[in-house]
Design a protein around this ligand. Sequence first.
Ligand code: NAD
Length: 420
Amino acid sequence: MLTFDIKDKRLATFGKSRIEWAAKDMSVLASLAKDFAKTKPFKGLRIGACLHVTTETANLMLALKAGGAKLRLCASNPLSTQDDVAAALVFEYGIETFAIKGEDNKTYFKHLNALLDLQPHLTMDDGADLVSEIHKNRTDLIKNIKGGTEETTTGVIRLRAMAKDGALRFPILAVNEAETKHLFDNRYGTGQSTIDGIIRATNKLIAGTTFVVAGYGWCGKGLAKRADGMSARVVVTEINPIRAIEAMMDGFRVMPMKEAAKRADIICTLTGNRDVIDTEHFAVMKDGCIIANSGHFDVEINLKSLKKLATHTASPRPLVDEYTFKSKKRIFVLGEGRLVNLATAEGHPASVMDMSFANQALGAKFILDNFGNLENKVYVIPKEVDQRIATMKLKALGVKIDTLTQAQAKYLESWEEGTA
Ligand SMILES: NC(=O)c1ccc[n+]([C@@H]2O[C@H](COP(=O)([O-])OP(=O)(O)OC[C@H]3O[C@@H](n4cnc5c(N)ncnc54)[C@H](O)[C@@H]3O)[C@@H](O)[C@H]2O)c1
């Protein structure tokens, strides 16, 4: 009998239709699924996946199922679940899913633990909450676990910190570190879907606004470029001097948040750090400033402080919270400060998730194939796998490229040839 906890069974048909729509742009994953269906690399294996429950994740689940895995899925963020997808996973595809959009923290951890009751051999995480829960409260499960995969920058940072402290008790494959993941998912995926989230939540015109991007990492670069393309005046804040120069030379103004906050119409953080927008910044913002976060956790905006400062709160639109100060100034927070691209839009388009999830699927296989030879460390996917995914994606996109001639390959490996 299937166990699950989802919002509404009646949404399943719509969810299936959207999952099939996403599949049209996920040909790398589809070709892996076809392969897995023949070779059954996950036969007899229990996989526990804590990921954003979206149409793209559904396609990853189907690929793993085709490979013989027994699966359970829960959400990696309380606000990122697409309820129709959760319903379809259970009622159309028979995949045990525990996720409801807007679930409170207690339910979020209840769902994580329901997934862990499967006693997984392999974990898939997005932000490392699952691995953290196992190491804190479910250590009895560790003896069965061969390893895990981690999707995002913040999760990889947490897991590397665990490995450094000697606390990590099984190997992890850092999907985020693959070039076919962060170069496209973080940059183009987060760039586009964050703008999408801000627009869907507010229906504001981006052109002509002063748009502040906090953090010029892979995600920040993507967002800044897209906001610029929509005719915003983009300002970047950073703490890393190299990235600050990069932002400047890419044509953006760079300044501390305290200065940027004074000018901003919209501010979005994507740093993976806490309190990037803090009390001193709320104090100098203009009336009507919109703030959002697209970094992994809801710690980037100090909402506790904002709540204390506000004399009145309201919700003028879904997932838009209005905080009014004594001076009558209003600040608007999108998606409760959780990743705005998933809270108020649909997350990344399928075409980039195709490569991210090809890395997840091959990452899981890497853990299995190398089981016994891996230490309790964070591993990066082998370069050849990354290249293979890129080659498959190019083929799917119908793009051909040149290949090295023998002479060129030799030239690139030799040190003798210099000035002719
Ligand atoms: N919304 C999504 O769908 C999505 C997708 C991918 C990654 N992420 C998350 O987005 C965050 C950023 O990921 P990334 O891959 O761009 O990471 P990154 O490490 O490439 O970039 C983060 C940048 O933020 C800067 N930074 C740190 N503290 C700062 C501060 N106080 N003020 C200004 N800048 C600061 C760092 O110097 C760095 O340049 C992470 O939490 C990651 O997990 C979200």
